[in-house]
Design a protein around this ligand. Sequence first.
Ligand code: HEM
Length: 513
Amino acid sequence: MDFYTFIHFFLSCSLSFSLFYLLLSSLITRLTSLVAPTRQCECQICQDFLSRNWTKKFHNISDWYSDLLQKSPTGTIHIHVANNIITANPENVEHMLKTRFHNYPKGKQFSAILGDLLGQGIFNVDGHSWKFQRKLASLELGSVSVRSYAFRVISSEIQTRFIPLIESFSDHERVVDLQDVFRRFAFDTICRFSFGLDPGCLRSSLPESEFASAFDKASRLSAERAMTASPLVWKMKRFFNLGSEKELRSAIRSIDVLAGEVIKQKKEMGTGQIQNDLLSRFMSTISDDDYLRDIVVSFLLAGRDTIASGLTSLFWLLAQNREIVSMIREEAERVMGQSDTGLPTFEQLQKMNYLQAAVYESLRIFPPVQFDSKFASQPDVLPDGSFVKSGTRVTYHPYAMGRMEKIWGSDCLEFKPERWLSDGIFTPVNPFKFSVFQAGNRVCLGKEMAVVEMKLVAVSFIRRFDIELAAPSDQSMLRFSPGLTATVSGGLPVVIQRRRDSEIIENAFVLRK
Ligand code: HEM
């Protein structure tokens, strides 16, 4: 065979092979959707769900659910065709997350979807493995050394990267996607906290990080598994290593390689040097490298997109509520003094009650995890009388709960930090009404860190800069992309300016130069 014949033969083979792959992939999708069990139901909600009729009136499916739940006398609805009971009733939420916690595990359906990415990590397991990791992680996250390490990591990312980057944007007054900045910020922070590894995503050149891209891809593709007509679709594609499943496998391989290298390096360093990142702390109890990788990757997933999402909607709300921005500035000046141009200390941050109220209020209106499902292992009856068959998906819906007049009053759609203050002091509410961090036995382990991080970013920014939305907007119009965590589709384009109305800014600028 001469060279040209060989090339011709090779190209035809590759082409036939690719065509075969494409055909097989689409055949699998079609076949599995045919054999997927589709329940029948004539009720209006199920008909609107199947026909996507709701899109005529609502941008986000969560807005449609909120509307239905607000109108439902029990605060609960049932999408029969999806075998999904959705509730915004705090008594039901307490029942599933605390009183009958053992009857509502994450379930096999959920852990299968995230299993390849998260393995046996805390986020993805039930039973003994969850209990063991929960105990260990609570102990570490509660320790003074880990807490102050987290505060140092967040402060240094803000001081050395976030503020200088925003300053450079403000010099040119160009449109910037703040959501992208927050995603980079949150990834650097959670990697440094969990692994002691700095991917440097927020460096001034805004570099592409191989690790961040692999992680993005893996979480997006894992979430997309949940959107296929039946689990058979992605399982078959995974079996044949096709399309999105092939991409997912390769992204997870990159994560594994990087995590493996970090673990190896840490092992080589030994225990001589005290390190406070989570990985180093877990290594003193766990020796299995795969298990260590799984635990830490769960933390990355839990603590990256959630923070970026929370910050994006907080800034979107602040950009439209100047009087609230002024209140935060006044409080910061009162607590820190006008001449203090640095970042607040942990103690100063704790005294900023109004800022804390603003953060909670934005999370109430735009929770980063808009809904969260469990799967009933035994038949049950919810406090509002809803009957739950075993195997039913039961979903509590923090996004809808934030829009329930029964819980928050008739002004529930307004951004009002004052509702969290009593005599000027931040006052938390019943966690089953404000289920943004989940509640009960599996309440978020990073809650305190998340609130500190959001407060610190917000106050550091607000004291120095003014922000304007690049596209006019109104509060009911945020559109979200489908996924595990709320991401604003189209990002958050803004124009940033240095604050002109205060001496603080002038001082801060002079001091830094
Ligand atoms: C605004 C930011 C955050 C929000 C809204 C949030 C929300 C949540 C929610 C709703 C869950 C329950 C998920 C489920 O079980 O299905 C959860 C669990 C968890 N979160 Fe967060 N989270 C945030 C930030 C963080 C951060 C920064 C960390 C890490 C330091 C973290 C670590 C965890 C962990 C480890 C779990 C699993 C707990 C368990 O299963 O026992 N979270 N979070």
